[in-house]
Ligand binder design. Structure first.
Ligand code: F6P
Length: 554
């Protein structure tokens, strides 16, 4: 039976028991001492693949730890689970679907059958449809209602129909072409709409309604508001098709909205929203950076797919990152994981990885419906460095929580200014180093004495200057942010999330947990707007509704 039909209980595997014992033995482990004892520690615990260098030597691990974690992956039948994913088996058991985001970046020569049909020709037909649209817009052949070329593209979408495209189009701004500006409209918030529309001219704006379901409230309401704005700005209903296209698996709903069939880009139910930036959901990316760069992005992801499929687990980036996350989450009590990009263009990667990881692994039942037997997905948070050093790094260094961190940093900047890049890179490394080294009481006292403080002051201040250290982090380095390397980086995290889902026995590809809030939202809306005098289920919500109805004007 497969991992998604009969998920294992990872806590019952022999390797898990060995890890429990090993964890006890590791209680006094010191990274400082490990580095002092083994000058080859960096070589031993780092690897390069797909243009990325992963340094995982600043972790609470020994060779034995890695061996035991790899053995756990083998006992968990991870290799067959990976093959099932790539083969298009219904790894999304609750919806009975494959998860074939990897198909979106495979070469055209490959065959891949889903329910008896080779999906690759359709995947590449849509890539061709994207190429044709991008070409027409970049060449000024696609004209608006006043016969002017398109200068601004607005992606109307939320979640996976927004975060991935936003991350990539902003991360690859140095590769932007033809002056087509990309904007994102996601939230059902009039201020977001107002701030954006104030910067646009309807006659030169193309709206992309990106919604796999074409049923997401925020997206539909924004699409309707955009259409109203377009008409109020002088656009005509007859020319609406020049300014609205759609990416969706729900063609009927898009047609009903008024989008022409030839301007609907399909997506498939075997691609999850948070895994869909490689599909036509990536249209804003392609419009921003051009199709050749978009295909470079796909190639980078494809190279990571091949690495994931072929590298032995002890030399496999996604597998190692997944196992380290499991080590801290299930054996060291870590409940969150920080993503710290030291690059302006990568500043939005944390938001995308939040959805990718937390919407995939924020689960508490296994694929077979049984309760999980261990902790699962962590809280993913973080932000751009060095800014975080002046905001939340204090907690990382001296707080009471163990929070593993991924530092992500390019060697070269697209925009060298003085020695900024050297300082940025130095800060990234020094934060990781400080987390590992810490500062002992003796070092703190010596530092204070060296400043000539009286002994009484030394003893008073020293406890506050001690930094525990021994806090783990990974560092991912690339020579420069590029489409290919970014594709590999994002695919690496997709596979890390999948590996963890297999080990925990959960489904990384459904998201039933978001349905209740949506359902309740409709009831609250009815009460808020007076369409329904029925009182809600609880006094808190009712009290808050009453306050709104007493104070809302407009
Ligand atoms: O949050 C639920 C969710 O379905 C996400 O998984 C998805 O990325 C987002 O809403 C948008 O969904 P759609 O693309 O169908 O509008």
């Amino acid at each position: 039976m497969s991992h998604y039909q009969q998920p294992l209980d990872v806590t019952r595997l022999p390797a898990w028991q060995s890890l429990v014992e090993h964890r006890r033995a590791m209680q006094g482990f010191s990274m400082r001492e490990a580095f002092a004892a083994d000058p080859g520690r960096f070589q031993e615990f780092s690897l390069s693949a797909c243009g990325l260098l992963l340094d995982y030597s600043k972790n609470l691990i020994t060779r034995e730890t890695r061996d035991l974690l790899v053995r756990l992956a083998e006992e968990a039948r991870l290799r067959s689970a990976i093959e099932a994913l790539f083969r298009g088996e219904p790894v999304n058991a609750s919806e009975g679907r494959p998860a074939l985001h990897t198909a979106l970046r495979r070469p055209v020569a490959d065959r891949l059958e889903v329910n008896g049909t080779d999906v690759m020709p359709e995947v590449h037909r849509v890539l061709g449809q994207m190429t044709e649209l991008v070409g027409r817009i970049h060449d000024g052949l696609w004209r608006g209602y006043s016969e002017k070329p398109i200068t601004d593209v607005v992606n109307i979408g939320i979640g996976g129909s927004f975060l991935g495209p936003q991350l990539v189009s902003e991360a690859l701004l140095p590769f932007a072409q033809r002056g087509v500006r990309c904007h994102y409209l996601a939230n059902i918030d009039g201020s977001e709409f107002h701030e954006l529309s104030a910067r646009l001219r309807a006659e030169t704006t193309l709206f992309i309604v990106s919604s796999k379901s074409f049923g997401t409230l925020e997206t539909l309401k924004n699409a309707q508001a955009a259409r109203t704005w377009y008409l109020a700005q002088g656009g005509s209903q007859a020319e609406l098709h020049r300014h609205f296209i759609a990416v969706t698996s729900n063609q009927a709903a898009a047609l009903e909205f008024g989008i022409r069939a030839e301007n609907i880009f399909p997506m498939w139910d075997w691609v999850g929203g948070r895994y869909s930036l490689w599909s036509a959901i990536g249209l804003p990316i392609a419009l921003a950076i051009g199709m050749s760069n978009f295909k470079e992005l796909l190639s980078g992801a494809y190279s990571m797919d091949q690495h994931f499929l072929s590298a032995p687990f002890e030399r496999n980036m996604p597998v190692l990152l997944a196992l380290l996350g499991l080590w801290y989450g299930n054996f060291w009590g870590a409940q969150s994981h920080a993503i710290l990009p030291y690059d302006h263009y990568l500043r939005n990667i944390t938001q995308h990885l939040q959805q990718l990881d937390m919407e995939s692994n924020g689960k508490s039942v296994r694929q077979d419906g049984a309760p999980v037997s261990c902790a699962t997905g962590p809280v993913i948070w973080g932000g751009v460095g060095c800014n975080g050093q002046h905001a939340y790094h204090q907690l990382l260094h001296q707080g009471t929580l163990l929070i593993p961190a991924d530092f992500i940093v390019p060697v070269a900047s697209h925009n060298p200014v003085a020695d900024h890049q050297q300082w940025l890179y130095a800060n990234c490394l020094s934060q990781s180093q400080a987390l590992m080294l810490g500062k002992t009481r003796a070092e703190a006292e010596a530092e204070l004495r060296a400043k000539g403080l009286p002994e009484e002051e030394v003893q008073r201040l020293a406890p506050h200057k001690v930094i525990p250290g021994n806090r783990p982090s990974n560092t991912l380095v690339m020579e420069r942010v590029s489409p290919r390397r970014l594709g590999a980086l994002v695919a690496m995290y997709e596979h890390k999330v999948f590996v963890q889902s297999v080990l925990w026995g959960i489904n990384a590809f459904d998201q039933w947990g978001v349905e209740l809030g949506k359902e309740l939202g409709r009831d609250v809306y009815q009460c808020l707007t007076g369409h329904d005098e029925r009182h809600t289920a609880d006094a808190s919500t009712q009290g808050l509704i009453d306050f709104f109805r007493a104070h809302h004007r407009g």
